[in-house]
Design a protein around this ligand. Structure first.
Ligand code: PMP
Length: 387
């Protein structure tokens, strides 16, 4: 027998730090989990009903590869309404199995072996893995708390080599909650033009922004529509993680490449989930706003409390994560999270899971009931005071 039948590429891929932690937490009792990156809200009722209706109407077949034209139309109309960006629903959009598939398609369709992708970190755990699985080389650029975890254009430009193909941005950011400023994004746009790079912009948390901050949709920046792949999804904004609907938008020559990969890997996203997503986009603005309001209420309680407890925490402006600097306690992030779980039964995620830029921090999700966050804070305070 061979030692392994797995490819070298897969063998060398580390399992996600998040899952490992939650497998441990799942074996314990009375754990408060502030770890998983998913809304605690159920999908809005009218969306669920649309899914049921779809099933009852016998919509149990494939859709067209790119997704139903109804959903593509609803989506592009919404992007135009929210950000003023225009995509042709016929050949510039693909509906995917979550934002995750959109990311996979993009990496597979764009990268040749050895192509480098510049990725500001900390970032969503899949970015480096997807680039690597597609044969590309992730090049991490740390974002710093002193800089509000915004992207640093100078660092990006310094990382450009003749092999650089793309810059992969994720704002509002998981795990820091940072929202990139327009000024910084304009500088990234300038770099993309200067070196002829593609920008992959994962905007899956686009509607979850707080305190008067505004999300900047990358392809709306001057000259950027043609060199951007816009990624998004329904998991976060509409509390639809289990429905598995996401999307990618790009100009036709790029989008058609993504679509080819999609055709041969998943055929089409789930039909009933696409039908439900149309209702989410067309009728559920108020639900989104109500969820944003509640996330904001938790954020305004959580972040000052973490700072008071002695864990310096940047004020997140989007998504639903706080990112305290735990290294001030003298523990590294892995030890802090492990001991907090063992000693106080609170599950949070060590920051190094999100790339080099996350070392010394931990991610705390506030997509959890207010009262649970309050109790978790009591436990965290007890733990920190003991150190
Ligand atoms: N992008 C980011 C930044 C995320 O945090 C996530 C989920 N955690 C995804 C993409 C993928 O989400 P989904 O596949 O559920 O749409």
């Amino acid at each position: 027998m061979r030692e392994t039948y797995l490819s070298q590429r897969v063998s060398s891929l580390k399992p996600s730090g998040i899952r490992r932690f939650f497998d441990i937490a799942a074996t314990m009792q009375d754990v408060i989990s502030l770890g998983i990156g998913e809304p605690d809200f159920d999908t809005p009722r009218p969306v669920v009903e649309a899914g049921i209706r779809s099933l009852q109407q016998g919509r149990t077949h494939y859709t067209s590869n790119a997704g139903t034209i109804e959903l593509r139309r609803a989506l592009t109309a919404n992007l135009e309404r929210l950000y003023g960006v225009q995509y042709d629903p016929v050949n510039e959009v693909v509906i995917t199995v979550g934002g995750s598939e959109a990311l996979y398609l993009t990496a597979t369709a764009l990268l040749d072996p050895g192509d480098e992708v510049i990725i500001p970190t900390p970032c969503f755990v899949s970015y480096q893995a997807e680039v690597f699985l597609a044969g590309g080389v992730p090049v991490e650029i740390p974002c710093r708390m002193e800089d509000n975890f915004d992207v640093d254009p100078a660092r990006i430009e310094a990382a450009v080599t003749p092999r650089t193909k793309a810059i992969l941005l994720g704002f509002p950011n998981n795990p820091t909650g940072a929202v990139a400023t327009r000024e910084r994004l304009l500088e990234i746009a300038r770099i993309a033009e200067k070196y002829d790079l593609i920008v992959i912009s994962d905007e899956i948390y686009d509607r979850l922004v707080y305190g008067g901050h505004r999300h900047v949709c990358f392809p709306t920046l001057p000259n950027m529509r043609g060199r951007t792949v816009l990624l998004g999804g329904f998991s976060k904004d509409y509390a639809m993680t289990g429905w598995r609907i996401g999307y990618a938008c790009a100009t036709a020559p790029i989008l058609q490449g993504l679509l080819r990969v999609h055709q041969y890997t998943v055929m089409s996203a789930p039909t009933i989930a696409q039908d439900a997503a149309v209702v989410a986009i067309q009728d559920e603005d108020e639900s989104v706003m109500a969820m944003v309001e509640e996330y904001d209420r938790r954020r305004r309680m959580l972040v000052p409390e973490l700072n008071r407890i002695g864990l310096p925490t940047f004020e997140p402006k989007g998504a639903f994560y706080a990112f305290p600097k735990v290294s001030v306690t003298g523990l590294d992030d892995e030890t802090f999270a492990t001991r907090l779980l063992q000693e106080e039964k609170v599950a949070i995620v060590p920051g190094h899971s999100f790339g080099a830029g996350g070392e010394g921090f931990c991610r705390i999700s506030y997509a959890t009931a207010y009262e649970k966050i309050e109790e978790a804070l009591r436990r965290i305070e007890r733990f920190v005071n003991r150190l």
